[in-house]
Design a protein around this ligand. Structure first.
Ligand SMILES: C[S@@+](CC[C@H](N)C(=O)[O-])C[C@H]1O[C@@H](n2cnc3c(N)ncnc32)[C@H](O)[C@@H]1O
Length: 219
């Protein structure tokens, strides 16, 4: 938790309720320790979807399909969501949830199974493009995904990157980070430095949830 817990709890208490089917899926994810977008991150994503009305949405990191289904609730009727996942155990649940009739907008969503880097390269080679990209996968790989995402992001499009502050530890000195987490710490700092210094992007980092970076590809 990177903001004071009571403040987050208060802000979340003002937020809209999830539809019951998404509420149940969120509960299931929490009970099974599946990391899904936090309530406060949901608020930012919902706001941006309603504001920007993107038609082509790409998500990297489906897990069990919660955020894809959440985005399907708030994106325009004629929008399409492509979501990528590679872990078999997650895919079993994602396939089941994304086919479940109780989610009214599930038909907007296409699940692409495989390693994100490989899938992103394939999407680039097919000359596909997206106006809203949600990056929520293995943090240490964000730097590798970035060139492909830049090829896929339309001018005027938005890239949202989740978990960028890593529970606040990203601000700590490299030497205070356990050896096990050093690579991820270094890579996340490199990613944040890159997206905040790229000429073509306008990026802000918000201390929301586990930290969220919003990048706009200037036209
Ligand atoms: C934080 S979870 C995604 C949560 C989901 N976006 C949500 O909020 O409901 C990250 C997911 O990314 C997947 N992942 C990590 N690295 C990946 C890769 N290289 N290719 C595809 N999926 C990957 C993990 O298996 C995990 O399910």
């Amino acid at each position: 938790m990177i903001t004071e817990e009571r403040i987050t709890a208060y802000i979340n208490s003002l937020d809209k309720e999830l539809p019951p089917e998404l509420y149940d899926l969120e509960k299931e994810a929490k009970e099974n320790n599946v990391p899904i977008i936090k309530r406060e991150t949901q608020g930012v994503i919902r706001f941006l979807l309603l504001l920007l009305k993107p038609k082509t949405i790409l998500e990297v990191g489906t897990a069990i399909g919660f955020s894809a289904l959440f985005m399907s609730e708030h994106s325009p009727k004629d929008s399409k969501i492509t979501t990528i996942e590679k872990v078999p155990m997650r895919l079993v649940e994602a396939r089941k949830n994304l086919a479940d009739e109780k989610f009214p907008h599930k038909d907007k969503i296409t699940l692409v199974e495989g390693d994100a880097l490989k899938v992103l390269k394939e999407l680039v080679s097919k000359k596909l493009s997206y106006d809203f990209v949600f990056l929520d996968a293995a943090k240490a790989q964000y730097m590798h995904f970035l060139p492909e995402i830049m090829n896929l992001l339309e001018e005027g499009g938005v890239l949202i990157t989740d978990n960028v502050l890593q529970d606040g530890t990203v601000i700590n000195s490299r030497y205070s980070i356990t050896r096990r987490d050093r690579t991820i710490h270094t890579r996340m700092r490199e990613y944040l430095y890159t997206i905040t210094h790229m000429e073509e992007l306008e990026t802000i980092i918000l201390p929301v949830g586990d930290g969220i970076a919003l990048s706009y590809l200037k036209s």
